[in-house]
Write a protein that binds this ligand. Structure first.
Ligand SMILES: [Zn+2]
Ligand SMILES: [Zn+2]
Length: 283
């Protein structure tokens, strides 16, 4: 099976003719399916996809890693593009977790900053053709592709970023990010794990993927690792765990942050790559 991952949106433009913006969107082509994993924060996904010859009008399904705006803000433009093309008259399935529509926000130094949630209502998206398939359980997309469902937290060194909150009525509470999920592709060489933001931890995401598939071999891990705020202890535990897993490809994006990405690049040498906008990975 050939797996092609095209990075349509990421913080940084890795090649000419595309734009970078804080967020992430990956186009997954494998197992006869074309899956859009997140949409980035805005409509830049449309121009980037065009310049990367990635046809968004024929995607089979959209998967949302979680409800933050930087992964969902391009949804409306993608749904409009599909509607105008007339390729999906019955609408487009969107897989995610029930909590994606929570009122998510960022809390820094005692002040709530802006909204970090999906910048559209569910009904507005449904009027544009979205058909939500929301579950906390893994969702099978094809014979070899599935979502992780809700990630189990099993280690003590990966913690959810304390600045992330949800608003419930008048109250702001720490966001448990139960909606954080990844996409798993089963291959002959082991699992490919595609991360959105890995808010519940890159290692928790990988261990959960191993648990639900019964496959211990991890071939590749690509996407946002949320190591941007990791301290030295978390970095060293993460590196130790990744080395034990004997990963063949490690493509860090987005919320990895430059400093943590540089540390991973040094530790993993040829196994590592910067997964920026425009990077196409064939596995
Ligand atoms: Zn996020
Ligand atoms: Zn993000």
């Amino acid at each position: 099976m050939t797996v092609t991952i095209t990075t349509l949106v990421e913080n940084t433009a890795g090649i000419p003719s595309v734009l970078g913006e804080w967020g992430q969107s990956l186009l997954i082509e494998a197992d006869g399916k074309r899956i859009l994993f997140d949409t980035g924060p805005s409509g830049i996904i449309i121009g980037n996809a065009k310049n990367l010859n990635a046809d968004l009008s024929n995607i089979d399904v959209i998967v949302l890693s979680h409800g933050h705006y930087d992964h969902t803000g391009g949804l409306k433009d993608v749904l409009n593009l599909i509607r105008q093309a007339g390729t999906r008259p019955d609408g487009v399935e969107i897989i995610g977790h029930h909590d994606i529509f929570q009122k998510k926000c960022v809390y820094i130094k005692g002040v709530h900053h802006g909204k970090a949630d999906i910048p559209f209502s569910r009904s507005e998206l449904e009027s544009l053709g979205a058909r939500f398939n929301l579950s906390h359980k893994p969702v099978k997309i094809s014979e070899n592709i599935l979502t992780t469902g809700e990630i189990e937290i099993t280690n003590s060194y990966e913690k959810i970023d304390a600045i992330l909150h949800v608003q419930e009525g008048d109250q702001f509470i720490p966001d448990p990010l139960a909606d954080d999920l990844s996409v798993i592709i089963k291959t002959e060489k082991g699992l490919i794990v595609l991360l959105g933001c890995a808010h519940r931890g890159i290692i928790n995401n990988i261990h959960h993927a191993q648990k639900i598939t019964g496959e211990d071999r991890i071939y590749a891990v690509i996407g946002g690792t949320h190591l941007i705020s990791a301290g030295p202890e978390q970095m060293s535990e993460t590196i130790k765990a990744l080395k034990q897993l004997n990963i063949q490809k490690l493509g860090a994006s987005h919320c990895t942050g430059l400093k943590s990405a540089a540390i991973l690049a040094r530790e993993f040498e040829a196994t590592f790559f910067f997964n920026n906008t425009g990077v196409k990975t064939v596995l």
